[in-house]
Write a protein that binds this ligand. Structure first.
Ligand code: SF4
Length: 337
């Protein structure tokens, strides 16, 4: 047992409740221009984002395209190196690990991407795709483990001999899930895992993810622009706008009592069967999300907010706790009915 494994064992055996803690995370991309690639501007894709995910919980991250959801997920895993801030996995500071330590931790933190076809190597059989991480980490009984994983995701031995282009999109996503589970992870980033699939297949994959979470005590960061799907799968949710979290709460707090005008705007675009909820969600969708290269001053939402006043253009609002666990970033939180 190496040092990192020792710490992991100690922390896990202590029954710590928080699996992921994100503190003031930032990811800025330099935008370069011209022959000598002179940096001209920073794209602040993730800008001071903080939240926690508890053991066995699903935390949904929602927002329009360009809000920074996927970049947040990838930066937590250090697939992108953060510009600032800290990420903890079971109290291990992921952002402080060396490359070798990160490789040792990698089996515990995995990602499933949106497009199953492009995330799987087309030249490998399904068996080899799932076996690859097992071999890389020196796992024994590779064949038995691959067959167990195929069964766990609803596929059979027959699928093992095929190539990705010989199976359906839904089956490809099951293979991607089996591969992600191969090294017994505790935490999975699910980056729009069903949005490239047919509607009929989406529900099957969501049910599979829900079942696997219970069976294997997995903790999920579920990234999606589809609020209906997030409501179905998540326990708590964070709403992102132009690189900032603007509202965090339980599914009930955010969906039944949305406090930020942007959250209300997002919710107004999905069909709501509950008449009480329909009465709450009255904001119309106004305009387009501005370019993250030139985010508005003050509150980044002020160019689209029907309640914007002078202070909103000048000062960035702080995150305020409206009720226990329900946080909102707005100068006039509680005053907006
Ligand atoms: Fe709207 Fe101002 Fe609140 Fe931003 S701070 S959401 S602009 S009212």
């Amino acid at each position: 047992m190496n040092i990192l494994q020792g710490i992991l064992w100690l922390v896990t055996s202590m029954g710590v409740g928080t699996v992921i803690r994100v503190e003031h995370l930032k990811k800025y991309f330099p935008i370069t221009h011209g022959f000598i690639r002179k940096k001209i501007i920073w794209l602040k894709a993730v800008d001071d984002v903080s939240f926690e995910i508890k053991d066995g919980e699903t935390f949904g991250l929602v927002g329009e395209s360009g809000s920074g959801k996927s970049t947040t997920g990838r930066t937590i895993l250090r697939l992108y190196e953060p510009t600032g801030g800290k990420v903890y996995f079971n109290d291990i500071e992921v952002t402080a690990l060396s490359k070798q330590e990160l490789k040792e931790l990698r089996p515990k933190m995995q990602i499933i991407y949106q497009d199953p076809y492009s995330s799987l190597n087309p030249r490998l059989t399904i068996f080899d795709i799932i076996a690859e991480p097992l071999r890389e980490y020196g796992h024994e009984n590779v064949e038995d483990t691959v067959l167990e994983l195929l069964e766990a995701v609803g596929l059979s031995e027959e699928h093992a001999k095929k190539y990705p282009d010989e199976i359906s999109g839904g089956q490809c996503q099951r293979v991607a899930i089996a591969r992600a589970l191969a090294l017994n992870p505790e935490f999975l980033v699910l980056d729009e895992p069903t949005s490239a699939l047919d509607v009929s297949v989406q529900a099957q994959v969501l049910n599979l993810l829900g079942r696997l979470q219970k069976e294997r005590n997995l903790t999920y960061l579920f990234i999606s622009h589809d609020l209906g799907v997030v409501r179905y799968l998540a326990d708590r949710v964070g709403v992102m706008y132009l690189g900032k979290l603007v509202e965090i709460g339980t599914i009930e707090q955010v969906f039944d009592n949305p406090a930020h005008p942007y959250t209300r705007m997002l919710l107004s675009s999905i069909p709501v069967p509950d008449p009480k909820a329909r009465a709450i969600r009255k904001e119309k969708v106004i305009g387009e999300i501005p370019s993250p290269l030139h985010p508005p001053s003050g509150c980044r939402f002020h160019t689209r907010c029907p309640y914007a006043r002078e202070i909103c253009r000048k000062e960035e609002p702080a995150m305020i706790e409206l009720e226990k666990g329900h946080f909102v970033r707005c100068h006039f939180v509680g005053e907006l009915q």
